[in-house]
Design a protein around this ligand. Structure first.
Ligand code: CP
Length: 327
């Protein structure tokens, strides 16, 4: 056993007693202790990553497939790097170039991958619910890498972990989520995670990008969730500002008068940043459209933790692979 793996085994063995998930589909049914377990295993994975040649045998002889039906840079590459560091064999399958193009169903695709001995499938799909459907048809672990506008639990865990690392705790923080909430799977998973960890969440968006039905779905978290369409008011005393990409590819006609107007009322720029607490964190899940949702100077300011989010992505994904499939 390597020194790295010995340390890993000692520090995570007790936490695994509280973990009995074989899939990660969303955070809506996560308990606070499960989120904390992910954080603790991630801390251990950060130690592994700080080694000169990070490598642990956790997933030796196991296969991890990245099944991506939509584009991705961060999620796909960080899962691939995480799996490789854990000694897994990794395979990337995309919609184009696979038998999906010949009409093969999602269920047949995941069953085929299972028959080849795949231990974990990380899936991104344009249809909300696709990873849930897949998980009902295979024993292989499914990790949701983003399904339509529904959920992106691994990104939300990265965001929660980044906030906890920078500010020490999440309980009691005011977190403002700004932008295209209507189309954002990142916002949805973050709301569940943030509320679960005791934050107060304010949603700020043009009302056309925040449908009333959205709030009805979150009845259970009333009291922790609040809507303020005026950005200057929403930002007052914020501890964390979470900006979202304006998803032009998912926009239906007529939701916004123009991008220029969106920038005028909803862009986070240096003047707006001053409404928040002086050391407020600025997050963005990426990809960032600099000059639209955030001004360039702000995205590179000391408040920005966008680079840390990307860095934490590998360790969070190692932790999740370990928890669902590790030795
Ligand atoms: N945040 C995120 O999901 O980025 P990618 O689309 O690049 O994976």
């Amino acid at each position: 056993m390597t020194r790295q793996n010995q340390g890993l085994s000692e520090s995570v063995s007790s936490q695994l007693d509280t973990w009995n998930r074989s899939n990660v589909l969303d955070l809506d049914d996560f308990s606070r202790s499960e989120v904390e377990t992910v954080f603790e295993v991630t801390d251990t994975m950060q130690e592994v990553l700080s080694e000169r040649t990070p490598r642990i045998p956790d997933l030796q002889s196991q296969t991890v497939v990245n099944l991506f039906y939509e584009p991705s840079t961060r999620t796909r590459t960080s899962f691939e790097r995480a799996a490789k560091i854990m000694s897994a064999d990794t395979i990337n399958v995309s919609g184009s170039g696979s038998s999906v193009e010949k009409g093969e169903s999602l269920i047949d695709t995941v069953r085929t991958l299972e028959s080849m001995g795949t231990r974990v499938i990380v899936m991104r799909h344009r249809q909300a619910g696709a990873p849930y459907l897949a998980s009902r048809h295979v024993q292989t672990s499914i990790i949701n890498g983003g399904d339509g506008a529904h959920a992106h639990p691994t990104q939300a865990l990265i965001d929660l972990y980044t906030i906890r690392n920078k500010l020490g705790a999440i309980e009691g923080l005011k977190v403002v989520i700004v932008g295209d909430i209507l189309h954002s799977r990142v916002a949805r998973s973050n709301i569940w995670g943030l509320v679960c960890m005791g934050a107060k969440v304010t949603l700020c968006a043009p009302l056309t990008l925040l449908h009333n039905d959205f709030l009805l779905a979150y009845k259970e978290v009333e009291g922790h969730l609040n809507v303020e369409p005026e950005l200057d008011l929403a930002l007052e005393d914020a501890d964390v500002i979470m900006t979202l990409r304006l998803q032009e590819e998912r926009q239906k006609q007529g939701l916004l008068p123009s991008i220029r107007e969106y920038i005028k009322y909803y862009q986070i720029n240096s003047e707006r940043l001053r409404k928040a607490k002086p050391h407020a964190l600025l997050l963005h899940p990426g990809p960032v459209m600099e000059g639209i949702e955030i001004s360039t100077d702000v995205s590179r300011s000391t408040n920005s933790v966008i680079d840390e989010q990307v860095e934490n992505g590998v360790a969070i994904r190692m932790a999740l692979l370990h928890l669902v499939a590790g030795d």
